[in-house]
Design a protein around this ligand. Structure first.
Ligand code: SF4
Length: 444
């Protein structure tokens, strides 16, 4: 039975020390009761209290860690069905497959691509999170696992249907805490033994959800609690329905046998289809997706989907409102302003960088709104722009008095010229992608 906040509070130290990043122990107890925090986030709770409360108070979906230390990946511990209810917590990870048919050199070549698949978007680093090493059919599975493990910058998934093969491979890389993928009804006993010996997480698949729940209970009885539910997209609609049922059963009914993160093997005929299907499951409700291809055009749409879905919808996505220097601008460089909505700022900054014309960007605080929304919502005005540019001492940086304004705010032009020292206001483009051509043409 679920614990109340008061029952949890009674077992807390009641010092209100804030080390759990909440202001009081009662606030923490309320979050734990609502399954939004784990008891372990209070570093001061006694082991007795933790032992007596942990099962009843633990989040309905287990947090599973693959890999170790800095080179680790966490999945699970989600608390809501829909992100507008609160937020999604642990972003879906992309695992790229290294197939058994590849030679060692080809496998290392693919791994190099995986290691180098790191991108920056809206100020955040996006990357491939894991590599999945296929072992069935490799002449020496242990050697292949070791070879990839030594060069990999991301945690590993060992893929084999055979307990014998898995046992050989995990023996040489168990210190890296790989995910064993995957046990089925016919191999569950042997895989439980291997996972228990190596102390590593285990993925399990079932032919039905009832069978899957039964298999996770068997694993749990043997002490394996780091479990991942495994699906593939051979029947796309059925899988989408099944993983939604798993999540609902765990979060709404507290059905712990399905309270684990989900891994989905994306099966597609073309790279384009893989990207589309991968994006669907990254949004709903996979913790990990396994894909074949990792060219930037193939994985960037999926990474972008993940970034968008896992952004906290209740926190405005902002950058600091200050003067930014792109490149090494000097006293002749262009000056422009934009808003502090991250997507707007990073779009503008990225295009200015692409123009190769060093510039100053004065960012105005619009409470995280883009240009048009800020104007419509009365969050940006000429007075505010002029004051921001003055406070940021932009005039001291340049000898000219030309100011480029967003093309969506042409109405600001005359008033800025009338009320500030910026006597030549230039109306810029309406979209960021037009900036390079605009600067090349208008800034001589
Ligand atoms: Fe209370 Fe523990 Fe949070 Fe400190 S860390 S405020 S003791 S719940």
């Amino acid at each position: 039975m679920a614990l109340t906040a008061m029952q949890i509070y009674k077992s807390l130290p009641k010092t209100n020390c804030k080390d759990c990043s909440l202001p009081t122990c009662m606030a923490f107890a309320m979050q734990v009761a609502a399954k939004r925090k784990a008891l372990t986030e209070c570093p001061h709770i006694s082991s007795e209290a933790q032992g007596s409360l942990s099962e009843a108070s633990s989040p309905p979906m287990k947090l599973v860690t693959l890999g170790t230390g800095e080179n680790s990946f966490k999945t699970g511990q989600e608390t809501v069905m829909f992100r507008h209810e609160e937020k999604f917590h642990t972003p879906c990870g992309i695992a790229v497959k290294i197939n058994a048919s590849l030679s060692d050199d080809e496998a290392l070549g693919k791994l190099k691509k995986i290691n180098n698949s790191v991108f920056t978007r809206v100020g955040a680093e996006l990357k491939v999170s894991l590599c999945a090493i296929y072992l069935d059919g490799v002449s020496d599975p242990a050697a292949r696992a070791k070879l990839i493990s030594e060069k990999s910058k991301v945690p590993l998934i060992l893929v084999s249907e055979s307990p014998e093969t898995m046992k050989k491979a995990v023996a040489v890389v168990k210190d890296k805490k790989p995910l064993l993928y995957k046990a089925t009804a016919s191999t569950i006993g042997a895989f439980i033994e291997i996972a228990a010996d190596a102390k590593v997480p285990l993925a399990i698949s079932g032919s039905t959800l009832e069978e899957l729940a039964d298999l996770t209970l068997q694993a749990k009885e043997k002490g394996i609690t780091d479990l991942v539910l495994s699906f593939n997209t051979e029947k796309l609609g059925t899988t989408l329905k099944d993983i939604t049922i798993c999540r609902r059963a765990a979060l709404k009914k507290n059905f712990r046998a399905l309270g684990y993160p989900v891994i989905v093997d994306i099966i597609a005929e073309t790279p384009e289809e893989e990207t589309v299907v991968g994006s669907i499951f990254a949004a709903k409700y996979a913790g990990i997706i396994m894909i074949e291809h990792c060219e930037p055009w193939e994985i960037l749409p999926i990474l972008t989907t993940i970034q968008d879905v896992y952004t906290d919808p209740q926190v405005p996505n902002t950058v600091e409102a200050k003067l930014y220097e792109i490149g090494s601008p000097d006293e002749s460089s262009p000056v422009m302003f934009t808003t502090n909505f991250s997507l707007t700022y990073f779009s503008v900054a990225g295009e200015v960088e692409r123009s190769k014309i060093p510039s100053y960007i004065a960012v105005v605080d619009t409470e995280g709104l883009g240009v048009l929304n800020a104007y419509a919502g009365d969050k940006i005005s000429v007075e505010q722009v002029v004051k921001t540019i003055k406070d940021q001492k932009v005039a001291e940086k340049v000898k000219h008095r030309k100011l480029i304004i967003p093309g969506l705010l042409p109405i600001f032009r005359a008033e800025i010229e009338d009320t500030s020292e910026w006597k030549e206001v230039i109306i810029g483009p309406e979209t960021a992608r037009e900036i390079p051509a605009f600067l090349a043409k208008s800034w001589k």
